[in-house]
Design a protein. Structure first.
Length: 87
């Protein structure tokens, strides 16, 4: 497996109702599809369907991705919007 394939990503998804969900994965596109399907997606999306990926950030390993995910989850909604806007 190449380094690119094994890298981790922190991602944020906006729902149809405007909520923001943050998670980590090795494949953002696959994970988004899982959230859309509802079979392997997070329970968070039972409240509101995923609409689009609004943020992605690569990390070299799961540990750094998990730490960054925790940091982002502690941000206020406004701070998350500013983070998304910096892309």
């Amino acid at each position: 497996m190449s380094k690119a394939e094994s890298s981790w990503h922190v991602y944020m998804i906006e729902t149809v109702s405007g909520l923001l969900y943050t998670g980590i994965t090795t494949d953002v596109t696959r994970r988004f599809q899982e959230h859309l399907s509802g079979t392997k997606g997070a329970k968070f999306f039972q409240r509101s369907q995923p609409k689009r990926i609004v943020f992605q950030e690569p990390h070299p390993d799961r540990s750094s991705a998990s730490k960054r995910e925790a940091e982002i989850k502690k941000l206020s909604r406004q701070e998350k919007i500013v983070l998304i806007g910096t892309l």
